[in-house]
Design a protein around this ligand. Structure first.
Ligand code: AMP
Length: 284
């Protein structure tokens, strides 16, 4: 397995792979790899025969005061994990390689980036869409793989690819969870033992939502209220949002119908945790 540090190096490997007729898969990550990431890598190796994993803690998607400096960077371990999972090349550029000068060119997706995480993280999605476009232009993947764990990000990227006719397919893989339901995340390591024990309350609130819909409830306020009730079981949890939105437009629903994205963001100690589930609301 190769580790490419520069754009020139990764471009040379990609050119060879292309010339050999390989189908190229890209898994963009910020490193600190876990089973969520390796599920994406495994999906990529199943569908492509040359898999590139990018490891880049992208500064432009962090807001002032966020965890850019302390974001975990266990690089050797990440490289070993990629090798074990059949990755062809790890692309791990420095910030200077990706942003050699003051960046003045941005890719912005409107509307879909405004609600949910967009409200508390101004500029975050602009950083994500810009870095993904740069990675797509550098790696020229046939397929790029994203996780449902970051539902709004996956939707925003799919929309960008469609709107800009970016020549690749996107695949969104299911959220990998711990046995107690907590969505696996690089940021879970910020939690104390006690916070870690309490964190599955977020998934329980999403399950409550699903149960209520299955029992016939369609009023979003009722369901949101019940979800907040579940979340209040953990007094240390500071809820940022509880959203029941149309899964395509991300507009908040009043009466639930069609496909719904139920999503929660909350702070627990030093960690900001997000989770979501997609629910197909049955016709009544
Ligand atoms: P990150 O390194 O946090 O930027 O994540 C890189 C990719 O892995 C994104 O597409 C995430 O949605 C995805 N991902 C992160 N956690 C999980 C998880 N628990 N299950 C599935 N995909 C995940």
């Amino acid at each position: 397995m190769e580790v490419a540090r520069t754009i020139a190096e990764i471009r040379a490997s990609i050119a060879q792979a292309r010339a050999a007729g390989r189908r190229i898969g890209l898994v963009p990550t910020m490193g600190a790899l876990h089973v969520g990431h390796t599920s994406l890598i495994d999906a990529a190796t199943a569908r492509c025969d040359f898999v590139v994993v990018s490891i880049f803690v992208n500064p432009t998607q962090f807001c002032p005061g966020e965890d850019l400096e302390k974001y975990p960077r266990p690089f050797e371990r990440d490289v070993a994990l990629c090798e074990q999972h059949g990755v062809a090349v790890v692309f791990a550029p420095t910030p200077e390689e990706m942003y050699p000068r003051d960046n003045v060119t941005w890719v912005t997706v409107e509307k879909l980036t405004e609600p949910l995480c967009g409200r508390s993280r101004p500029g975050h999605f602009r950083g994500v869409t810009t870095v993904c476009t740069k990675l797509f232009n550098i790696v020229l993947p046939d397929v790029a793989f994203f996780g449902q764990k970051d539902a709004q990000q996956a939707l925003v990227i799919r929309r960008m690819v469609a709107d800009l006719n970016q020549p690749l397919e996107t695949v969104v893989c299911p959220t990998v969870r711990e046995p107690d339901g907590l969505a696996v995340s690089s940021r879970n390591r910020y939690l104390s033992e006690q916070e870690r024990r309490a964190a599955p309350v977020i998934f329980r609130s999403l399950q409550k939502c699903r149960e209520m819909i299955e029992a016939g409830e369609r009023n979003a306020d009722e369901i949101r209220g019940a979800m907040i009730g579940v979340l209040r079981e953990v007094s240390a949890l500071k809820v940022e949002y509880v959203s029941l939105a149309d899964a395509e437009s991300l507009e908040e629903s009043v009466q639930l119908q069609g496909q719904i994205l139920a999503a929660v963001a909350a702070h627990l100690g030093p960690a900001r945790l997000i989770d979501n589930i997609l629910i197909d609301v049955p016709d009544q």
